[in-house]
Design a protein around this ligand. Structure first.
Ligand code: KIV
Ligand code: ZN
Length: 509
């Protein structure tokens, strides 16, 4: 069977999607999970985009050593220098450089003629090859480019040393059969095509990203650029879980294999969803809560008789286990550490102590602690950016006989403040009070509460999206009390806004 390389761009293209911003610790945590998942290449970011991006890519390149780390660079020497500076700590670092090749992009965006684009692409690849032999070139908007021009571009960059050439469907425009024909055309007409891996990168504007990716793989492409949960620019990218599981379930048709450990698919999807605070839609294929639920009587009857009547894959095969109660009030540190390690979290002593204390506190309020509760605690307690604003104490009063109000004690840069205010409901009162304390009044764009597990004692997971001076930020937090979870999520979003302010001040200095 032919091997397909999985190039994960969750941390780059995925992070470009609205509300999916991650901090450096969260990015490193996700990159480690991608390594466990078995992806071949992680595109860690766009180092020249900002100081924050640069540092995150550099730290991922240092932390992850068992798969290739790629950094995206425009076809410019300065970008390539910056990209290489960030990724060079990884033993198999890859420079990924790109340039648009469609007439519309060349004319309006680049203002360049075809011969200039050819020269620029070749020069960028030559420059990248002077740093590493692992170089990928992407012809941006390839699916709307002239096919014969693409042949020329790929011939030139492969001759210059590119070992992977990528054919992006940048605007999600192509159709499966057409895209397969394009790949066949390129493999046949690019005279040195045997010297490079052909890759595809599909966007989902018409809902065809996974279908187009699979059609291209069937036609001979051997690298798929994907993201977890399909996040990405606009309508997103091809979803890893869909592309990988289609090849797996229909091995008879594709005859292709990947290095992905399928049982890590669901834990990875869930981790991303927790980090970015965007719940997985219930009907989402493979990872959604309904993906394996059988509602109709006829289906249930069939499944009871033989699961294969209505199930083309098992939930266990993608790492979805029915988790029983995992821990409780009397569970010890060792049991918790073991459970965390099973989930892929390898915490040091100090981090374990922090989570253990949080677990004991939660166990006083909630009888059963599930895997999801543990994960939420690790994210809340460990992978948080250092907080400028920190909640110490909160009391909120509501009901139909009183005006909702909140009293909050919190720290701002280590200084204690206590204040109270009213609102139209308890959450509104809490948000108003916090805004008063910190002296910022961002606009609330989104507020969502989700029960992490079943039962009335379930922890509430709250996601808050704020906008301030044209910048948005998402905050997430969980707690057995949804008002407390809301306050923490609001503060988390405010801390992210504050962190960005600091970064832009540093960038100006
Ligand atoms: O969609 C696109 O064309 C890209 C390239 C930079 C690969 O993301
Ligand atoms: Zn893209």
């Amino acid at each position: 069977m032919d091997r397909v390389f999985i190039f994960d761009t969750t941390l780059r293209d995925g992070e470009q999607s609205p509300g999916a911003t991650m901090n450096r610790n969260e990015k490193i945590r996700l990159a480690r999970q991608l390594e466990i998942l078995g992806v071949d290449i992680i595109e860690a970011g766009f180092p020249a985009a900002s100081q924050g991006d640069f540092e995150a890519v550099r730290d991922i390149a240092k932390a992850v050593q068992n798969c290739q780390i790629a950094g995206l660079c425009r076809a410019l020497p300065a970008d390539i220098d910056r990209g290489w500076e960030a990724i060079r700590y990884n033993p198999q670092a890859r420079i990924h450089t790109f340039l648009a090749t469609s007439d519309i992009h060349m004319k309006y965006k680049l203002r360049k003629e075809r011969h200039q684009v050819l020269e620029m692409a070749e020069a960028a690849v030559r420059y990248a090859v002077s740093k590493t032999s692992n170089v990928e070139f992407s012809a941006e908007d390839a699916s709307r480019s002239d096919w014969d021009f693409l042949v020329q571009v790929f011939e030139r960059v492969i001759a210059a040393g590119a070992t992977t050439v990528n054919v992006p469907d940048t605007v999600g425009y192509t159709q499966p059969q057409e895209f397969a024909e394009l790949i066949t055309y390129l493999l046949t007409n690019v005279s040195n095509s045997h010297k490079a891996v052909f890759s595809v990168h599909c966007h989902n504007d018409l809902g065809l990203a996974a279908a187009n990716t699979l059609a291209a793989l069937k036609a001979g492409a051997r690298q798929a650029e994907i993201t977890l949960n399909g996040i990405g620019e606009r309508a997103g990218n091809a979803a890893m879980e869909e592309v990988v599981m289609a090849m797996d379930v229909r091995q008879d048709f594709y005859q292709l294999s990947t290095n992905i450990h399928k049982e890590q698919i669901y834990p990875s999807a869930r981790l991303l969803s927790l980090i970015i605070g965007q719940p997985i839609p219930p009907y989402k294929s493979i990872i959604g809560v309904n993906a394996f639920a059988h509602e109709s009587g006829i289906h249930q009857d069939g499944v009871l008789k033989n699961r294969q009547t209505y199930e083309i894959m098992t939930p266990e095969s993608v790492g979805r286990q029915e988790e029983d109660m995992v821990l409780g009030k009397h569970s010890g540190r060792a049991a918790m550490t073991k459970r965390l390690q099973d989930l892929g979290y390898h915490l040091d002593e100090q981090q374990t102590d922090i989570v253990f204390t949080a677990m004991k506190k939660l166990a006083d309020r909630k009888k059963e602690i599930f895997v999801e509760d543990l994960e939420a605690m690790v994210l809340d307690e460990i992978f948080r950016i250092p907080d400028k604003y920190r909640l110490e104490y909160l009391s909120a009063i509501s009901g139909n006989m009183s005006i909702p109000n909140a009293v909050i004690k919190m720290y701002v840069d280590g200084e204690e403040r206590t204040i109270s205010d009213f609102g139209t409901g308890p959450i509104d009162a809490v948000f108003n009070t916090i805004a008063k304390v910190v002296g910022r009044h961002p606009k609330l764009i989104r507020y969502a509460v989700n029960a992490i597990t079943g039962g009335t004692d379930a922890q509430g997971e709250v996601t808050v999206k704020l906008e301030e001076n044209g910048k948005t930020s998402v905050g997430r937090a969980s707690d057995a009390d949804i008002i407390v979870a809301s306050a923490k999520a609001y503060l988390n979003a405010l801390n992210r806004l504050a962190k960005r302010d600091e970064e832009s001040i540093c960038a100006r200095l």
